[in-house]
Design a protein around this ligand. Structure first.
Ligand code: ZN
Ligand code: ZN
Length: 336
């Protein structure tokens, strides 16, 4: 099978011919149909974060495919079923976070395409318990971005506890942002989209944003304050400066939802403002299997739209360059 492999943090990915992996106990073998390219895959390939993956490894955590084979002891899935391989490759199932529904905080979790091989390949093995069934009425092309970009922004809106009519500023309208706009609208929020590309802001308007702000042309803090300020700011742009702008655009009682993971990790916010304005600063990391099931159900019911373009796996390095250029409207998805 073909796989895109990170061999070192300073080299381009290599397309390698590898043996089809065999599912171990509790695992399934999946023949992949699609896999989205997430910014996290690029951070993984470059070794940008404090906890680094170990080359050689196969990135990819928006994989959609068909179960071809069951490992020993698997009763959860059946051959022929279509499933998603999300970022949460597995969790222990026993710690207090797993037990109370916060499995994405499990300290013994494995992450697809990071600590274990992911879905930038024609086949992958994955935990039978942690792959998520993809309902009918959802294309594999749409299901891929929903598996990370979708569930991550859906969860961000959930933890923000957006109330109807509250103003939600979405900083960064790309693969994640175009979905954040839609989830904020679904729960009754009024959306202000912030980006530096007019084309992306037009997309945000098309997807229901009430206001847009081009941060390359105007000061986004002043622009959002002029609109009455934000009650929730979701930060999807990987720059500490943007986090600070998002914080400064908040109203009293506001919530700063931190989602992006910049390589440069320090941000500076005023403690005085945080206390006096009663501001909450909240980190939100992907979503649970249940969150993803809800994301799929919303899409199958016609409540969300995916903007994506397809690429071949052989184009992986060009695709990464395209994403880094900031010119990709929303998501790139590899089709096998
Ligand atoms: Zn991702
Ligand atoms: Zn656990």
């Amino acid at each position: 099978m073909k796989a895109a492999v990170v061999t070192s943090f300073t080299a381009p990915l290599e397309i390698q011919e590898r043996a089809v992996p065999q599912p171990g106990a509790g695992q399934v073998l999946i023949r992949l149909e699609t896999c989205g390219l997430c910014h996290t895959d690029i951070h993984a390939a470059h070794g940008d974060w404090p906890v680094k993956p170990q080359p050689p490894f196969v990135p990819g955590h928006e994989g959609i495919g068909i179960v071809e084979e069951l490992g020993s002891g698997v009763t959860e899935r059946t051959v022929g079923e279509r499933v998603a391989i999300p970022w949460l490759g597995s969790a222990c199932g026993e710690c207090r976070f797993c037990i109370d529904g916060r499995e994405t905080l499990c300290e013994r979790q494995q992450n697809s395409g990071y600590s274990i091989d992911g879905a930038f390949a024609e086949y992958a093995v994955a935990s039978a318990r942690f792959v998520v069934p993809v309902p009918d009425g959802l294309s594999s092309l749409d299901a891929a971005p929903l598996s990370c970009a979708g569930v991550t922004t859906y969860k961000a809106i959930k933890v923000a506890h957006v109330q109807p009519t509250e103003r939600v500023a979405v900083f960064g309208v790309g693969g994640l942002g175009h979905l954040a706009v839609q989830y904020a609208r679904i729960v009754g929020g009024s959306v202000i989209a912030v980006d530096i590309e007019d084309e992306k802001l037009d997309l945000a308007t098309e997807l229901g944003a009430e206001h847009v702000v081009n941060a390359a042309k105007v000061d986004p803090v002043a622009a959002i304050q002029a609109l009455g300020g934000a009650d929730v700011a979701v930060v999807l742009a990987a720059s500490p400066r943007v986090f600070e702008q998002a914080f400064s655009s908040l109203n009293r009682g506001g919530r700063l939802i931190c989602v992006a993971l910049p390589a440069d990790q320090e941000m500076s916010v005023s403690i005085f403002e945080t206390v006096l304005k009663g501001i909450s600063i909240i980190g939100s990391i992907v979503g649970t299997r249940q969150d993803l099931a809800e994301v799929f159900a919303l899409h199958a019911a016609g409540h969300t739209r995916i903007i994506a373009e397809t690429r071949r796996l052989e184009q992986v390095n060009e695709a990464i360059a395209e994403v880094l250029s900031g010119k990709v409207l929303a998501r790139l998805v590899f089709e096998y």
